[in-house]
Design a protein around this ligand. Structure first.
Ligand code: ADP
Ligand code: MG
Length: 682
């Protein structure tokens, strides 16, 4: 009897060496194998007649026949090793071609009976052939003779057929398999039992479209189990943390309200008011706030954060605001000092502070004299400790890793946490990443914003663009020119930027041109930004340092060189630097590649839509930067495609905790994680 716990050593076809290989891939028991799903299927029930291949051009089909000739040769031009065989069935023959697989000459011989799976196409000599097909000999092999065959990803050098037989044995464990999801949760998730779902996935009876698109009830069962496990685990963790209630009590009285009103330089938008209400509610709650504030670039998140800060400070606590770049810290620092007008003791913390500045800062934060600090990751150093950190704010949170954020939060005793992002994370992804985070969205821009005209131009049109810039600058506009040099990369190659800068200087001899990049000293960067803000610089030639958060209302043109080298969300960030003032604004993309993608961007105004498309084009790993993608790798679920399942999983997880309590939920999580140990291992 095989059960889920049975070691793979007891399966037929698994000797010592295969056992070792399987274990290296996280497959130790029959239960692990059950969760090792095929990544595709081949329908080998209906071979195509070779004479009919012409009707199936470029479409993978199954062909069965006998090899009537086989030989290797070297292509005269490219010196590539080519192995060719001719396969014949009762209707005719077709050439099979494999490139750079010379070892095939030992494996495929004349008279072998083969099943091959591949897409027929015309060779350059107009012969029909199949290049690089999957193949299998099927003499006496009923499996290859006519079934739907599951295809598993390769495990070491175990031949596919042997691997299939090994996995097939694990299915014997199904009748006795425990379902980690209790009946009532299954029905809340609208899924069936686990055993039949697993069986379906390894041994489907039919390949319906629904099945091939991973939308069948069996797929949903697995995806929802993964998502639900993730959501419930997050919620349980959060709930157990919340048992620690806030040690402080935050109150909002008329004095605070009055003071807030006094610092407001403008009327808040409806969206800002709504979000502020949510935040104020959290702050007054006995549990710590954990909220993601998202809003398109320029939607006005800073003022909302500042009001939250005022509330914490007037209740006797300190506030830390973490931002990703020194320029951004400087900008926040200045804007906040202006708004607060000395009513709060404000400090900043950056890597370029002098030793004595640093000492003052450390002392001031420790004894509580400093009420609010704005800083880069320099703020995370161990030496920095607070007397009473009541509110931790992270701006442009996607620029920080999980550990960095945690480091900041750990500097307080259950501080309220507000993380902000101007990269509008699609709701589906926000849920997946932060199932335990509350979400506030500013979905409205302050009044008077100009629509930004986005245009795509080829590099041959540079001179025309420059003429346009010349006219605009004469009319007192300011221009950003951005080169695709990503500041985060280790090897920062500034050559293209410097060359671009020189070329532009030559082209615009009468204009004030300046350069900005991450390798400049903080003081130089700051001075340059100040001059640009003051209107003393006409054109700022820079890297992506200006991508996040910079606010210069008079700058109205964003010119992006080699725009194809940027992700859409990043382009949107850059575009968001203009259109902030009264002036008609432009975003000019210069590129000779990827016209379609960039056109799509030019048409899209809404940041959420851009982000959604970016996510679809690049996948979550790329979208978020690799650092954060690890937690999001699901075995079968895809957070873009299956986002509504993620929402269902989240709602169900919340219900379970509310109804059954944390202890019971924890029990369920433990059972679920037990079932998915294999998933966690790869
Ligand atoms: P982001 O959400 O991108 O961080 P900011 O907080 O930097 O946006 O705000 C962008 C600009 O809009 C700033 O110059 C800010 O002063 C201004 N702003 C914010 N809210 C309003 C408002 N309600 N009315 C007018 N201007 C506003
Ligand atoms: Mg901002």
């Amino acid at each position: 009897m095989i059960s889920a716990d049975t070691s793979i050593r007891f399966l037929k076809g698994v000797g010592e060496s295969r056992a070792k290989t399987l274990q290296e891939h996280g497959l130790s028991t029959a239960g692990d194998l059950l969760w090792f799903f095929p990544f595709r299927y081949e329908d080998r029930r209906h071979p195509t007649r070779i004479a009919d291949l012409g009707h199936h051009l470029d479409e993978p089909v199954l062909v069965r026949g006998r090899v009537i000739s086989a030989h290797s040769r070297v292509s005269p031009r490219k010196r590539m090793k080519i192995f060719e065989a001719v396969l014949e069935d009762e209707s005719g023959g077709v050439k099979l071609v494999w490139f750079n697989q010379p070892f095939l000459s030992d494996q495929i011989k004349r008279n072998d009976r083969l099943a091959v799976f591949g897409a027929p196409k015309f060779s350059s000599y107009s012969h029909l052939q199949i290049e690089g097909p999957d193949w299998e000999k099927f003499e006496g092999d009923e499996e290859a003779e006519g079934a739907i065959v599951p295809i598993y990803s390769k495990i070491g050098n175990i031949p596919p057929k042997a691997l299939r037989r090994i996995v097939a044995q694990s299915l014997e464990a199904l009748p006795a398999l425990d379902d980690p999801l209790p009946e009532e949760i299954r029905s809340a998730l609208h899924v069936g039992a686990l055993g039949p779902a697993i069986e379906q996935l390894h041994r489907p009876q039919e390949l319906s479209d629904e099945f091939l698109w991973r939308r069948s009830p069996a797929h949903r069962r697995i995806i929802l189990q993964e998502f639900f496990t993730f959501q419930l685990a997050l919620r349980v963790r959060r709930a157990t943390e919340e048992v620690k209630q806030k040690s402080r009590k935050i109150r909002i009285d008329d004095a605070i309200r009055g003071e807030v009103r006094k610092i407001l330089p403008f009327k808040l938008t409806r969206a800002q008011k709504r979000v502020l209400k949510e935040i104020a509610g959290d702050l007054q709650n006995a549990r710590p706030m954990y909220r993601l504030l998202q809003g398109d670039v320029g939607s006005g998140k800073t003022i909302v954060a500042l009001i939250a800060a005022m509330i914490a400070i007037r209740n006797g606590h300190q506030v830390a605001l973490l931002a990703p770049t020194e320029i951004l810290v400087e900008q926040h620092f200045q804007r906040i000092s202006q708004l607060l007008d000395h009513s709060v003791v404000l400090a900043k913390s950056t890597g370029s502070a002098t030793l004595s500045e640093r000492r003052t800062l450390v002392a001031g934060l420790r004894d509580g004299y400093i009420q609010m600090v704005v800083g880069t990751h320099a703020l995370l150093e161990e030496k920095i400790a607070f007397k009473s950190l009541g509110l931790a704010i992270v701006d442009e949170q996607h620029r920080f890793g999980v550990e960095q954020r945690q480091k900041l939060f750990a500097k307080g005793d259950t501080p309220d946490i507000l993380v902000m992002t101007a990269t509008p994370i699609p709701r589906s992804l926000a849920l997946a990443m932060y199932g335990d985070l509350e979400l506030s969205v500013i979905d409205e821009l302050p009044p008077g914003r100009q629509a930004i005209r986005t245009a795509l131009r080829a590099s041959t049109q540079l001179e025309r663009i420059y003429k346009f810039l010349d006219e605009e600058i004469r009319a007192k506009a300011q221009v950003y020119v951005v080169y695709p040099i990503i500041e985060e990369s280790e090897k920062l190659n500034l050559k293209p930027l410097k060359q671009g800068f020189e070329a532009i200087r030559k082209r615009f001899p009468d204009r004030q041109i300046a350069m900005l990049h991450g390798r400049m000293s903080a003081a130089d960067k700051e001075a340059t930004m100040q001059r640009f803000k003051a209107g003393e610089i006409d054109m700022l030639v820079s890297t992506t340092v200006i991508e996040v958060g910079i606010d210069v209302p008079n700058a109205s043109i964003m010119m992006i060189m080699d725009a194809d080298r940027f992700g859409l969300s990043q382009l949107h960030q850059l575009r968001g630097r203009v259109g902030r003032g009264e002036r008609k604004s432009y975003c000019i993309l210069v590129s000779d590649k990827e016209k379609e993608r960039l056109d799509l961007f030019a048409e899209t105004r809404d940041g959420f839509e851009v982000a959604e498309r970016d996510l679809q084009l690049r996948g979550p790993g790329e979208f978020l930067g690799t650092r954060q993608s690890g937690a999001l790798r699901f075995r079968m679920g895809n957070i873009v495609r299956d986002h509504e399942l993620m929402e269902r999983a989240r709602d169900t997880a919340i219900d379970v905790i509310d109804r059954d309590g944390v202890t019971r939920a924890e029990e369920i999580v433990r059972r679920l994680l037990g079932a998915e140990i294999a998933a966690a291992r790869d």
